[in-house]
Design a protein around this ligand. Sequence first.
Ligand code: ZN
Length: 182
Amino acid sequence: MAGNPRSPKLPDFVSWPAFPFEGDFRLKPVADPADTEPPRRGEEPGDCASCASGDDAYLWTNERWRVKSPPKPSGLPVVVILETRAHLDLGDLSTMHSAELGVLTVRLERAIRSLDSVARVHVCRWGDGSAHLQLWFLARPKGHLQLRGPFMTMWDDILPPTDEQQWREDLSYIAAWLNDTD
Ligand SMILES: [Zn+2]
């Protein structure tokens, strides 16, 4: 019997071990494309939360870059966000900024991966949220194989928050690592 086009087959990933949910699913209808793209958060520097934040809100800063974490621990051991100091998006970066982004990305990955509790680090940039460039570093806890892959951002919200004292120590370690090799 031909499938009903209004009830498309569910994608294979709903049966992957990493998919955080189980049960009966139904796909949402796909919305029609919008005529115009809406502005993102902080499209203008004057409305940008990153530009309005002082260095004391960050773990580490230098002349052109700043590193912060979300304000509270979440399910993953650490989540760290790398931003430009200036109001720039990825495509706005100069050659110098681009080169430094590469160096800092590798340095942060190494720092986070060297934590005892961390097996892997995922590096992500989503273009739809903040207009100010943010590169996210998400640490997968060691041994938690079920968290492998693209659903880890969901697990970050599902798992109980990591111990706050350990979280603070790990963030301090990352900041010290960046200072050591700066
Ligand atoms: Zn900004």
